[in-house]
Design a protein around this ligand. Structure first.
Ligand SMILES: [Zn+2]
Length: 105
């Protein structure tokens, strides 16, 4: 996720409740960033997000889903009963997450 929206210069922390929640999904029609309007926990490992396109001339809104796939680094305080398997790539990469593929910009 983008960490720049959490901290502002000089170490000030922007309150979570007032910051715009931009995210993980650009509009599939115009490629402008999507803004999360609401989200709903379906299960502890699955969440639905409702987006609106930040481009006022576009007007697209959509639902997206996020599912946790696997653990990359073990938590210090695991939740009882939560079954999130260890990444199969973890051993192949000596504990490091897989490298991001290079994309043409
Ligand atoms: Zn759009």
């Amino acid at each position: 996720m983008n960490s720049d929206s959490r901290t502002m210069g000089e170490g000030r922390v922007k309150p979570r409740a007032t910051r715009a929640r931009r995210a993980m999904a650009d509009c599939p029609h115009c490629d402008e960033p999507g803004i999360i309007r609401s989200s709903e926990m379906v299960t502890p490992l699955h969440r639905d997000f409702y987006f609106t396109c930040s481009n006022p001339r576009c007007g697209h809104s959509w639902k997206a889903q996020m599912s946790f796939v696997h653990t990359i680094s073990q938590p210090s305080q695991p939740r009882d009963g939560l079954n999130l398997p260890i990444s199969p790539a973890r051993s192949a990469h000596n504990g490091d997450p897989p490298r991001m593929p290079k994309t043409a910009a």
